[in-house]
Design a binder for this molecule. Structure first.
Ligand code: NAD
Ligand code: GLY
Length: 349
């Protein structure tokens, strides 16, 4: 079964989730793209796994295809790689009528999405997420970016994709840790909204495509309400202030999803300890985190985490906006003094 979610933003588009979508990518994308040149962007692990399958599908739909490959992983998500990708587009004669196919995890989605948004002031980009994290989060919503030495995602734009095709067959080759960390973002959604996702997560073996579709529907609603991240969209950062601090402290050795899982646990424990949320929420979070094999503790001190959290994009001077759990399936934004954040972290460790 293929799940379909329509996203309404500055550009409307469809998200499709299910098996064998790579094989259908050409036929599904062709009506959305005026030109017939395509560049597949993928990292060095993903291109050999899935590049040929996507290429075949695009060629069958009449596209002339070139493949742009770069080193995998967060360390390649730089302005230097971005410029190499854009240069590849120019060298291969991509025009404004043509399209980019971003095949991979969040690193490729963010970086190829930004390259497509910048090249000739913007050409169509089809997102094809191949990690769980990219499927439930980064491929939808139009945030694109690369990192600067000063911090993550510091150079980017909002640019919605033309289409998102999540072929769940591709998850079969994911390294186990990369698959597991994706569940942290799924658990995050279960804390943001009441609804079918919460029940799905309690099933013995929830259907993955249904889980992804439930997450994408939640993100769809949040993006429709606040595409440019001035308010409600910040809720998607539940667990991320402490999570990003953990990633920084670990020199990015702790994966994003695992750091977010610990971040959600620290904030929730801190809030319970300070009577800012009911203890049942912590019990529920612990239940989900245990069920999906996600960590809840780290070895960094409150001082280390607080210092690293000072680079958070939600900080404004001496205050910072936090995402706090409020009720079952409800989080709220609260702008607090920095000392309050420190107190929550100290109590939550
Ligand atoms: P990733 O893209 O680095 O992928 C993780 C690893 O898995 C890489 O080594 C990759 O080569 C490999 N891989 C990917 N798919 C594979 C597959 N199917 N089979 C085998 N190997 C595969 O990491 P990620 O966790 O997908 O994404 C993290 C990135 O996403 C971060 O840069 C983060 O900032 C970004 N992000 C963006 C948003 C957004 O809204 N734009 C949201 C969340 C995260
Ligand atoms: N992943 C956060 C956002 O899309 O806003």
């Amino acid at each position: 079964m293929i799940h379909t979610v329509e996203v309404h933003a500055s550009r409307d588009y469809t998200v499709m989730i299910g098996a064998e979508l790579l094989e259908r990518a050409g036929a599904l994308a062709a009506p959305l793209v005026r030109g017939r040149r395509a560049v597949i962007c993928a990292g060095e692990h993903v291109m050999p796994l899935y590049g040929a399958r996507l290429r075949q599908s695009l060629e069958a739909a009449g596209f002339t295809v070139d493949c742009c490959t770069y080193p995998a992983g967060e360390s390649a998500k730089t302005p230097e790689t971005l410029l190499k990708i854009v240069d590849f587009f120019a060298q291969h004669g991509l025009t404004r009528a043509d399209a980019v196919f971003a095949l991979g995890g969040g690193v490729t989605g963010d970086m190829a999405g930004l390259a497509a948004a910048l090249y000739q002031r913007g050409i169509a980009c089809v997102q094809l997420p191949t990690t769980l994290l990219a499927a439930v989060d980064s491929s939808v919503g139009g945030k694109t970016a690369v990192n600067l030495p000063q911090g993550k995602n510091q150079l980017g734009v909002f640019s919605q994709p033309a289409l998102v095709l999540c072929d769940t067959d591709t998850f079969r080759t994911l390294p186990p840790d990369v698959y597991t960390e994706g569940w942290a973002e799924v658990v995050k959604y279960a804390f943001l909204r009441r609804g079918p996702l919460q029940d799905l997560l309690l099933e013995n073996e929830p259907d993955l495509a249904s889980v992804i579709a439930a997450c994408v529907r939640i993100k769809r609603d949040i993006v429709a309400a606040d595409e440019f991240d001035t308010g409600e969209r910040q809720l998607l950062n539940f667990g991320h202030t402490v999570g990003h601090a953990i990633e920084t402290c670990s020199g990015y050795r702790i994966y994003h999803g695992f750091a977010v899982a610990i971040g959600m646990a620290v904030i929730t424990r801190g809030c319970v300890s300070l009577d800012l949320c009911p203890p049942e929420l912590l019990a529920r979070l612990e239940m989900y985190l245990n069920r999906y094999h996600l960590p809840q503790h780290c070895t960094y001190s409150a001082d280390e985490l607080f210092a690293a959290a000072m680079a958070d994009k939600k900080r404004a001077g001496e205050r910072i906006t936090l995402v706090l759990p409020a009720d079952t399936g409800v989080c709220r934004l609260e702008t607090v003094e920095l000392v309050r954040l420190k107190e929550i972290i100290e109590r939550g460790l």
